[in-house]
Write a protein that binds this ligand. Sequence first.
Ligand code: BES
Ligand code: MN
Ligand code: ZN
Length: 499
Amino acid sequence: MKIRTIQEKIGNVKDEIIIAGVFEETKVLSGAASTIDKLTRGMLKEVLDYGDFSGKLYKTLMLYVKKGLQTKRVLLVGLGKEQEFNLDKLRGAASSAACCIRDFGLKSFVVPFSFVQTENIISRDKAAAFVEGILLGLYKFDDFKSNQRGSRQNRINSATILVNSMDELKKTRIEAGRAGSVARAVCTARDLVSRPGNSATPSFLAETARSMAKASGLIFKVLDEKGIKKLGMGAFSGVAQGSNEPARFIVLEHKPARKKVPSVVLIGKAITFDSGGISLKPAGKMEEMKTDMAGGAAVLGTLQAVAELNLPVHVIGIVPATENLPSGRALKPGDIVKSMSGKTIEVISTDAEGRLILCDALTYAARYKPSAVIDLATLTGACIIALGNDVTAVMGNDEKLIGKIRKAADTTGERVWQLPLWQEYGELIKSDIADIKNAGGRPAGTITAGYFLKEFAGDIPWAHLDIAGTAWTDRNKPYVPKGASGVGVRLLVEMLEKW
Ligand code: BES
Ligand code: MN
Ligand code: ZN
C-alpha cells in the first residue's frame, strides 16, 4: 500500500472517498468536517441535526456528496469527547476509517491533515499517527491462505494525506516516511509471530535476520549449536537439547558511521514453540505457544526500523532461538546446568525456559560494553494474571533507563507498568544445591523471573519487558487486529530516537 502526501484543497481533490473527524457532543464542526460542511452547503450539519451521527469514538458513517466536492463519498469518523482525545485515539480513528473503507471494497482514500483539529495534539505527530493507524489497522496475516494470498480483493492500494502549505508538505512527508518505516517494522514482527512453529523455526528466524541485514546494511552474525556450546552457554543449550530442530543464536548490529555513539543491546526471547518441555503444558491453547518468540520478533523488527531510519545509536539485537520440547534428550526437572556466566542453575521447571536462554544472552551482551541492555520476553503467565492483556510489565536495575522506557511508552500508547525487584524476592529462587533455581513457585511469578535475570545483568543498566500479555490479542483492538500485536517495536524505536 502506498501512502503519499500532496498539497491540495479539500474541494479540489479527486478520489474515491475523503474522511473527516467529528467530536462527540459538539455543536460546532471543526477542521476538515467544517470545510466539507461549508462546501456542501450544510450536508454534515444536517446529518448531525437529525441525530444520525453523534461522533462516538471510532463510529463511522458513509455519506454521498451531491455538490461542492470532486470526491463522491465522505466518511465521518467519530473522535469521542474532545477533552479526552489524544494521539492514540487518532491512531485508532485512522485505523477504523481505513478498515471501514476497505470493507466497502474501495481502493483509495484521502485524509486531510485537518481530519482532526484540536489543541490536544501537536501537529508534528499527526501525520505519523495517521500512517501508523492506517498501516497497523489494515494489517492482515494471510501468507497461509491459498485463495487470498496476493489477491487484490479487499485491499486498499493508496492513501493520500492532504496538506495546505508547502511548509506542511515538507514536514509531513518526512514524518509520514518515518512512521511508514516504523509501522512496516511492526508488521515484520507481527508476521514472524503469526507464522506457525513448523515454519518459523530458529533457522528460519536466522535466515530472516540474514536477509534483513543484506537489505538494510546491518551486520549479521549467527552461532549454531556448536558455537553456542563453545561459548559455554549451558543454560541455552540445555533448553535446546530436547529438540531436533537446531538452535540459533542470532546477532544483528546497526553501527552508525559516526564514532562515539552510545551502544544499546536489545535481547529478544525466541522460543519458536514452547511445549513446556518435560514439565509439559496442558493441551488447551497450547497452539498459542508459537508466539513465544514475540520478544525476538520485536527485536528483529526494531533493528529493521533502526537501520532504515539510520538512527545515530549503535544498536545490537540478540535473539537466542530454540524450541522447548520434551524428548529422551530433554532437560529434566532437577537437572543442573552451568550458564555462560559460570553460575549454576537448578532447573525446577523445564517450562521456565525463557530465563534460561535469556541469562546466557545477557552474559553475552556484556562484551559490547553497552550503555544499556533491554530484554523483551513472553516470560510469564503470571504477568497476564497481574496486568492483563493491555499492559507490559517493566522491571530493571536502573531507574533512569526505566524512565526512558516509560516515556517512550507514553508516546506510542504501549502501556507499561513497573514491578519492583526488591531483594526479598531473591529468597524465592535460592537453590539448596546450585547457585540459583529457575522457578520460585506461584507467588510473584513475574517478579521472580525478572529477579532471576537481574542476577545475570551484573552492573550494566538493564531493563526487562514481560510481554506475555501484550504480544498477542484474542480480540480486535484499535489499530491492533486480532492476532500478533508487534508490541515493543514502536516503543523501542521511539526510545532509541530520543536516546
Ligand atoms: N512462555 C511461557 C509464558 C507465557 C504463558 C507466555 C502464557 C504467554 C502466555 C513461559 O515460558 C512459561 O511457561 N512460564 C511459566 C513459568 C513457571 C513455570 C515458573 C509460567 O508462566 O507458568
Ligand atoms: Mn515455558
Ligand atoms: Zn516460554
